[in-house]
Design a protein around this ligand. Structure first.
Ligand code: NAD
Ligand code: TYD
Length: 368
């Protein structure tokens, strides 16, 4: 049997890195090649525990470099692409949409072209799979009583980020329909867990509590997101790749809707409890209100709303459950505790991130 060799684009980012660790542990004989441009969101240290594995290779490069992708597909005899690489932060897409079009649209198209050229070479079709990782944000925004997003919900993206992801989804679909490329797509809800860049809500709130900085809540804090622990997303992608039908789309989610305010309040409470139990935390993070026995929630600050802020996302994961037997393993209670514990135990990781772009970004947002 030939070895499965995966090209994981964006493998130094949040979900990509979790996916690499998940895959190497579950399928130790598979080879995993990561292609990542190491933008502000990519961190090689997120992959450090994989670096000694002979079945792992890191390639620093851009998905827009079609010659590089072509060489990798041929040289490494790659038969599976798992495409995570993207610009992923909605706020950045509002202030600078161009990078989103370049990477998410043109970059995805470059990958599709390379895959078509190598795998469908006109004479023979090599066994292959192109799995595209996408988001529930392509479906737009829900009202309070609307049914959750299903695979046949019409696309209605509202931000430059979601519009660029929607465009990439359509290109992936078209390469299947027109050329016969063997694709699958998964659209997932908001993820949280280890290695998430601290510009996203959950890690931002944890770090700001530790540093005694304000916790910015956009608008009235009643916007709703449907949260999934990142390893459960990886498990879902695995199932789609192994058991899903080529050409189809699968929505992955955990049926776990929370308002932003409730989630921030929960994190505040969990950190207050952690500080009360472990005196060392007060020595490590003396600027945190929790270290002085005050409530972390005193840092909550309502700020100007995000322009075009989607009100509610919710995933209907019935198809994944019924067709693939998908069931998330973490409850929100266990997942959020694991995430906070990971952040408290991995200060070196987020310090390294903070010393660079996070620090600059944070200072710009909140005046240092
Ligand atoms: P991330 O921003 O943490 O990581 C993105 C990675 O892609 C980084 O390592 C970055 O260096 C790399 N990258 C960016 N541009 C590149 C380019 N041109 N060439 C090569 N590498 C490049 O993102 P994430 O949160 O891990 O999201 C991964 C994927 O999952 C994205 O496609 C995103 O749309 C999708 N998704 C994310 C979520 C979520 O909650 N984070 C939910 C659903 C779907
Ligand atoms: P985010 O983590 O940026 O993910 P997305 O916008 O892709 O859903 O934001 C999650 C929610 O939290 C979203 O409704 C915006 C809100 N939010 C805040 O209220 N304050 C913040 O500082 C951030 C980053 C997000």
């Amino acid at each position: 049997m030939t070895q499965t060799t995966l090209l994981v684009t964006g493998g130094a980012g949040f979900i990509g890195a979790n996916f690499v660790h998940y895959w190497l542990e579950k399928y130790p004989t598979d080879r995993v090649v990561v292609l990542d441009a190491l933008t502000y969101a990519g961190n090689r240290t997120s992959l450090s525990s994989a670096e000694d594995n002979p079945n792992f290779r890191f390639v620093h490069g851009n998905i827009l470099d079609i010659d590089l992708v072509d060489d990798l597909l041929r040289g490494e005899q790659i038969n599976t692409i798992v495409h995570f690489a993207a610009e992923s932060h909605v706020d950045r897409s509002i202030t600078g949409p161009d990078a989103f079009i370049d990477t998410n649209v043109v970059g995805t198209h470059a990958l599709l072209k390379a895959a078509k050229s190598v795998w469908l070479n006109g004479r023979s079709t090599l066994p292959h799979r192109f799995h595209h990782v996408s988001t529930d944000e392509v479906y737009g925004s829900l009202g309070p009583d609307d049914p959750a997003f299903a695979e046949d919900t019409p696309y209605a993206p509202n931000s430059p980020y979601s519009a660029s992801k929607a465009a990439s989804d359509h290109l992936v679909r078209a390469y299947h329909h027109t050329y016969g490329l063997q694709v699958t797509t998964s659209n997932c809800s908001n993820n949280y867990g280890p290695y998430q860049f601290p510009e996203k809500l959950i890690p931002l709130v944890v770090l700001n509590i530790l540093h005694g900085k304000s916790l910015p809540i956009y608008g009235d804090g009643k916007n709703i997101r449907d949260w999934l622990y990142v390893e459960d997303h990886c498990r879902g992608i695995d199932l789609v790749m192994k058991k899903g039908t080529v050409g189809e789309v699968y929505n992955i989610g955990g049926n776990n809707e929370w308002t932003n305010l409730d989630i921030v309040t929960l994190i505040c409470r969990l950190l207050d409890e952690a500080f009360a139990k472990d005196q060392i935390l007060s020595q490590r993070f003396p600027s945190s209100p929790s270290s002085a026995g005050q409530k972390a929630s005193s840092l909550i600050t309502f700020v100007k709303d995000r322009p075009g802020h989607d009100r509610r996302y919710a995933i209907d994961a019935t198809k994944c459950r019924a067709k693939l037997g998908y069931v998330p393993q973490e409850s929100f209670e266990t997942g959020i505790r694991k995430t906070i514990t990971w952040m408290l135990n991995n200060e070196a990781w987020w310090r390294a991130v903070m010393d660079g772009s996070y620090r600059e970004w944070l200072d710009k947002q909140y005046g240092g």
